[in-house]
Structure formats: structure tokens, C-alpha cells
Design a binder for this molecule. Structure first.
Ligand SMILES: Nc1ncnc2c1ncn2[C@@H]1O[C@H](COP(=O)(O)OP(=O)(O)OP(=O)(O)O)[C@@H](O)[C@H]1O
Ligand SMILES: [Mg+2]
Length: 387
């Protein structure tokens, strides 16, 4: 692994990243645990302002009292477990596409509105993109409403459910009903759905997001029924639909027994633009991977961290161990920070990263790339970095 000095331009070229606005030395209190399956909890979560942990140098940290140290350790453990969203090039363009769709979907209610589906494998960052888009939309609308007198039904901008383990129209309808916090009445899927659609109109719901759509396509018969059901939902509601799922196009939601989309699948597809979500890649040797590591390194709170520890010295090993998959990346960073804190080394090094077990998702990738780490056959460093 190349451990030389990195060009100055990299040290200053931060990837754009959402900054939480507050930093204070008040004692840290972990945020409340909101139930995001219902609108009241979801909207509290969306409005949560996370405070940015202060930075301690090694000297200042050692001089702090045990209570203060314990408090900061708790705060940085929470912080490292859920680092701020990084606006990569892909994230920027997907968020722009989603926002454009939502704001341009102003067709009259008797016309179905186009939908979007984020399609990609596990851990590529689909749910994070949906949350970023929906939380932002909710916060903007909540701000607009501040001070305005409440009229009619409670405004709900966003409905956000997961189709995890849903195997019937009824289970999807119940999740929508529960998110909207409607009374648990209605026996059939049809009755519940009718109430849900009434509520979408009354509350002025702008977006309905259904995540983990692949769960509804686990058999051809269920997949066909549910694609029909969701197509009807899109047709009869006033909202824009946003979906995400793992490789949904090949699942039974869209394919008939003959392997081609059936009529319902085709109608669903004709309403939906598919946006493939990709992992990081080093094939082009562009600067996206490194800029992302720069943004992550900026967020870390380790008292002896040196500039370039992560984005330069560990760029290749991080790529070898994660395959450029967001879930593996955030897991390795979080575990590495926890170890650096527990052992007092307070730095990220290639040796520390190498000591973290590779997760099951990244196993195949790591078996291919890790044996050749540092032997010059591949690198994640961008082309314009002079090696
Ligand atoms: N742009 C980003 N910035 C910071 N963290 C991210 C970003 N994208 C994803 N993550 C983090 O990576 C992890 C995995 O992402 P996410 O859950 O969105 O993947 P997914 O594609 O929805 O996976 P699955 O298909 O299993 O549901 C999460 O902890 C998420 O917060
Ligand atoms: Mg997800």
C-alpha cells in the first residue's frame, strides 16, 4: 500500500455533505427512539436535528474529566454509527430526479402520475436516498406551514412504508393505514384501501414511498396480484409513488410465468421510471470514491486522526473489503472507530481496517481483490493522482 503524501488539492476538495447545524458542549442526550412506521414518529424523526459532536485533541481529551470523556464517547459512538449523508454524484442526480418528478407531477386527479423505482442490490444506499428526499420534503413543507392556521385534516406530506414480509394486498393496505394512523377498522383489503385513499386526498399526501418492494414478488401468483394492486393504488390516488427494491425487475412482480411482464406488470412499468442504483466503482478511476472517503473522514471524531488516514492510506483496503457497497463501508468505518476508541489508538490505519472481519455481502469481492492489495494490479486512487 502506498503511504506517501497526498496532493494538497485532495485535502481541501471535500465531497458535499449535509451538515447538522449545532455544536455545543452541553451534556449529550441520545435522541428519542421514534417509531417510524407511523406518521407521528416518522415526522419527529424527520425533524430531528442531530448535533455535531465537538472535536477534542488528544491533549484536551486526556485533560477532560471522566464524566465529560464518557459523555463524548457516547456521543461519538452514536455519531459514528450513523454518519451524515454524503451527497455523491449519484446521490445528487437521483435526488434531483426524484424532486423533479414530485414537483412536476401536477396532473389532474383522473390521470395516473408517473412513479420512480430505485432498483439495486442490498446495501447500495436506496433507502438512505429515499429518506434523504422525503425528510427534506417534509421539513420544507413543515416550515411553510409554520404560523399558518390549521384547517381541515392534519396535513401529511409523506407516507413511507416498507413492504418487508408483505404477501398480500391486505398487508400493504394495513401498513398504509397504520402509517396514516387511521382507526383499525375495515375487514377486507378493499375496505382498508378505500379508507387509505380517502386519507391520501384529505391529508394532501404528496408522496407515497414503498421500500423493499422485492418482498411482494416472492412467488409468481403473489407478485402478479400485488403489481395489479399497486398499479390500482397509483391510478386512484393523488400522490407521487416512489419505490425501492433489490433487483425488482427480475422478480415476480413484473414477470409472468413465461418470464415476460404480464399486462399488470406492463402497466406498472409504463408508469414507472427505473433508476438503477450502483455501488462505487474504480473502473474509471474517477474521484468519487476518494471524495466520499474525504467526507467520511471529515465527520470522524478520533483524537489522533491525521488528515489522509482514511481517504488516502486506507482508500484501497476500504475498497477491497467493501466492494464499494454503502452498507459494508459504513459498517467497517463504525467498527474501526469503535476499536480505535476502545484501544486508545484513536486513529484509522490499514492494519486496523484489516483486523475487521469482512461482512457476508462483501466476501466474494474481498476474496478477489484483497490478495492483490498493494501489488499494483489495481488501485482505487483516482487517475489524476500522481503515484
Ligand atoms: N449517501 C450516503 N451517505 C451516507 N451513508 C449512506 C449513504 N447511502 C447509504 N448510506 C448508509 O449505508 C447503509 C446502507 O444503505 P441503505 O440501507 O440505504 O441500503 P439499501 O440499498 O436500502 O439496502 P437494502 O436493499 O438491504 O434495503 C445505511 O446505514 C445508510 O445510512
Ligand atoms: Mg433498503
Amino acid at each position: 500500500m502506498w503511504l506517501g503524501h497526498f496532493p494538497r488539492a485532495w485535502a481541501t476538495g471535500r465531497a458535499s455533505r449535509q451538515e447538522a447545524p449545532m455544536t455545543t458542549d452541553e451534556p449529550y442526550r441520545p435522541p428519542a427512539l421514534n417509531r417510524v412506521a407511523v406518521h407521528s414518529g416518522w415526522s419527529r424523526q424527520a425533524r430531528l436535528v442531530r448535533r455535531v459532536p465537538r472535536r477534542f485533541t488528544d491533549v484536551a481529551f486526556r485533560a477532560a474529566g471522566p464524566l465529560e470523556q464518557e459523555n463524548w464517547n457516547l456521543e461519538r459512538a452514536d455519531w459514528h454509527a450513523s454518519l451524515p449523508f454524503v451527497r455523491t454524484t449519484q446521490a445528487e442526480s437521483v435526488l434531483a430526479e426524484m424532486n423533479e418528478l414530485i414537483s412536476s407531477n401536477r396532473q389532474p386527479v383522473d390521470e395516473a402520475k408517473p412513479a420512480i423505482l430505485l432498483n439495486g442490490f442490498a446495501g447500495y444506499g436506496k433507502s438512505a436516498l429515499i429518506k434523504e428526499c422525503l425528510y427534506d420534503l417534509h421539513r420544507r413543507h413543515a416550515r411553510k406551514r409554520e404560523g399558518a392556521s390549521a384547517r381541515g385534516s392534519r396535513p401529511i406530506d409523506v407516507v413511507h412504508i416498507s413492504a418487508r414480509a408483505a404477501t398480500s394486498e391486505r398487508s400493504i393496505a394495513e401498513r398504509l393505514r397504520d402509517f396514516l394512523e387511521l382507526p383499525r377498522s375495515g375487514r377486507s383489503a378493499g375496505e382498508i384501501t378505500a379508507r387509505v385513499i380517502d386519507a391520501l386526498f384529505e391529508c394532501g399526501v404528496k408522496v407515497v414511498a414503498i421500500d423493499e418492494l422485492h418482498f411482494v414478488g416472492q412467488s409468481a401468483a403473489v407478485g402478479r396480484r400485488l403489481s395489479n394492486y399497486i398499479k390500482d393504488l397509483i391510478n386512484s390516488s393523488p400522490s407521487t409513488f416512489v419505490f425501492a427494491g433489490n433487483n425488482v425487475l427480475d422478480s415476480e412482480i413484473f414477470t409472468s410465468d413465461r418470464g415476460r411482464p404480464d399486462a399488470a406488470g406492463e402497466q406498472f412499468l409504463s408508469l414507472t421510471s427505473i433508476r438503477d442504483i450502483e455501488p462505487f466503482s474504480i473502473a474509471q478511476r474517477d474521484d468519487v470514491w476518494m471524495r466520499t472517503l474525504i467526507a467520511i473522514e471529515e465527520s470522524l471524531r478520533l483524537t489522533k486522526l491525521q488528515q489522509g488516514d482514511l481517504f488516502w492510506n486506507c482508500a484501497d483496503i476500504m475498497w477491497g473489503m467493501t466492494g464499494g457497497r454503502w452498507r459494508s463501508l459504513t459498517r467497517v468505518v463504525n467498527l474501526a472507530c469503535a476499536r480505535a476508541i476502545a484501544t486508545g489508538t484513536e486513529r484509522i490505519t490499514p492494519e486496523l481496517i484489516a483486523s475487521i472481519p469482512v461482512d457476508a455481502l462483501a466476501m466474494e469481492h474481498a476474496a478477489k481483490y484483497m490478495p492483490a492489495l498493494g501489488d499494483g494490479t489495481w488501485t482505487s486512487l483516482p487517475r489524476d493522482v500522481d503515484l
